[in-house]
Design a protein around this ligand. Structure first.
Ligand code: SF4
Length: 293
């Protein structure tokens, strides 16, 4: 396969074909994100994508491609007509194609209607990864997410009203020690309001070259320590009232890998976090450097 620059995908898409439907991120201004700083956003042509799909069919075997992740950072911003063309090409080439998924920035969700999402879901794009990071209005502003909590909720509702499944990512520590507790509370209640099918918590890792890293270096943002991160995770879970969701807290950035089904495993997860908070030494694993994430 051929890719432009570094390509990122959610951990759960490790077995999916990555198709670079667009290059970069059309927003590219979140203060903690270095993923697409070196790329200028642009859609890729359908002809280029056809070539990539043909290469994947040859290299992997057309029958072996079942799931596809549409990269880069917010391919949902592409015109709906273009996304439908891409999905049609995928269905035509890969006989066992099951579904595609995509990173959905709040801005790209707000640019769609529930009717457009419904069309995309029927065409094979049912899963939308949203890096919400926090539900706290002030933290959202501090990290220059570009949307308010209300806009984030409105965008998520566009996806769920259209029948799409949301997978929402929250960032432990992103509010710093000052807003740690409120960030955790409001992130939990954000999830309650969104009712995504999947929720993940990752730990903030300041990446050199980002504004957030510079804030940390200057001492303007002090991040919680490992126990502070666990306390946030506990508070988030305590404030999440999910009707049916899978929770993943096992990302490599987290010092305690945990996960389960919500709501049934929530109390067990909280009890485990309480146990570790009381006696952390035997359970915590070392976190990797930002360059290996
Ligand atoms: S919307 Fe996503 S990919 Fe784009 S800058 Fe923000 S975090 Fe990075």
């Amino acid at each position: 396969m051929r890719y432009e620059g570094t390509v990122y995908r959610p951990p759960s898409e490790g077995r999916s074909l990555i198709l670079q439907a667009s290059i970069g991120c059309s927003y590219n201004r979140c203060s903690y994100c270095a993923m697409y700083l070196e790329k200028r956003f642009r859609p890729r042509s359908l002809d280029d994508l056809r070539v990539d799909m043909d290469m994947a069919a040859r290299e992997l075997g057309a029958r072996n491609v079942r799931k596809v992740f549409l990269a880069d950072g917010d391919a949902l911003i592409l015109r709906t007509s273009r996304l439908l063309e891409i999905l049609e090409e995928l269905r035509a080439r890969f006989p066992n194609f099951q579904r595609a998924s995509v990173y959905a920035s709040p801005q790209s969700m707000l640019a769609k209607s529930p009717g457009e999402i419904a069309e995309l879901v029927s065409a094979g794009l049912p899963l939308y990864y949203l890096g919400a990071e926090t539900g706290h209005p002030e933290v959202l502003a501090n990290i220059t997410k570009g949307v308010t909590r209300e806009e984030m909720l409105r965008g998520a509702k566009v996806v769920t009203d259209g029948g799409g499944k949301l997978s929402v990512i929250l960032l432990l520590g992103i509010g710093g020690v000052t807003l740690s507790h409120e960030h955790a509370v409001q992130s939990g209640t954000l999830i309650t309001e969104m009712q995504p099918r999947f929720v993940s918590t990752l730990t903030i890792t300041p990446v050199p070259g980002t504004p957030l890293h510079a804030q940390v270096e200057r001492g303007e943002l002090v991040l919680p320590d490992e126990l502070g991160m666990l306390r946030e995770q506990r508070t988030m879970l305590a404030n999440m009232k999910c009707k049916r969701a899978i929770y993943r807290g096992n990302h490599v950035s987290n010092s305690l890998p945990v996960g389960g089904n919500l709501p049934q495993d929530r109390d067990k997860l909280i009890a485990l976090l309480d146990t570790v908070l009381a006696d952390p030494a035997p359970r915590l694993r070392a976190r990797p450097s930002p360059h290996s994430l």
